[in-house]
Design a protein around this ligand. Structure first.
Ligand code: PGA
Length: 251
């Protein structure tokens, strides 16, 4: 049985004091009510330790939003898998569309990062895929996402593949308030699963967690999560407020 994973993606939001405040509000209201839902918060590097310290004992997983694939070296501004491991990070977003768009992340660096996490740590990679508006309007969205999946999993072994969480995030739905319909989201999550079945086998396809992301909020989370192929959500804007995020995780 797959569990749901609902992960907040804070992007470049919140200072240390804002993070401490979030944690105290969150802890006042949050109690883990269901054991079929894991909850994570993926934050800027400077907030990871603050979250780890302040959310101790809550069972909330803490995640980074990026990682470099090399173990160490002259890569100014980058952070390695080993550095995240030492901090005690549980998961890490890989290949978010904002990184692909603004920071030259390509299918091949996404593949290297995915392999670095899987081969050198127990950190759960949250691999983001998704088409842009033009690709959807031209009817190419299914192929675009299939290609992203194929490229990301090159040279990833079957056992490692099972540990990957995939977030389907149509770019046109991110931060726009325009959510994919739950059927559109479910269709793509099912396509992703079928692709994994083709690359590996049914057991991999059935074990991988596939999330939807893009303008998820308390008002639409129940509908999205009710779909067969959707195992959770990657939540941007609505994860910044403790009360809203708790409503989503309690869908
Ligand atoms: P959003 O962002 O929920 O603000 O649309 C989602 C994401 O980028 O992960």
């Amino acid at each position: 049985m797959r569990k749901y994973l609902i992960a907040g993606n804070w992007k470049m939001f919140k200072t240390i004091s804002e993070t401490v405040e979030f944690c105290s509000e969150f802890k006042k209201v949050y109690e883990q009510k269901r054991d079929d839902v894991d909850v994570a918060i993926c934050a800027p590097f400077t907030q990871l330790n603050v979250l780890i310290e302040n959310l101790k004992g809550t069972g909330i997983l803490i995640g980074a939003q990026n990682v470099h694939f090399k173990e160490e070296g002259a890569f100014t501004g980058e952070v390695s898998v080993e550095m995240l491991k030492e901090l005690g990070v549980d998961c890490c977003i890989v290949g978010h569309s904002e990184r692909r768009q603004y920071f030259n992340e390509t299918d091949s660096t996404v593949n290297l990062k995915l392999k670095a996490l899987l081969e050198r740590s127990d950190i759960i990679p949250i691999l983001c895929v998704g088409e842009d508006l033009a690709e959807r309007e031209e009817g190419r969205h299914l192929q675009v996402v299939r290609n992203q999946i194929d490229a990301a999993f090159i040279d990833v072994g079957r056992k490692d593949a099972k540990r990957v969480v995939i977030a389907y995030e149509p770019i046109w739905a991110i931060g726009t308030g325009r959510t994919a319909t739950s059927s559109q989201a479910d269709e793509m999550c099912s396509i992703i699963r079928t692709r994994l079945k083709n690359i590996y086998d049914a057991s991999v396809a059935n074990s991988v967690t596939v999330q939807y992301g893009g303008s998820v909020k308390p008002e639409n989370s129940t509908d999205i999560m009710s779909k067969n192929n959707i195992d959770g959500a990657l939540v941007g804007g609505a994860s910044l407020e403790a009360e809203k995020f708790i409503k989503i995780v309690e869908f």
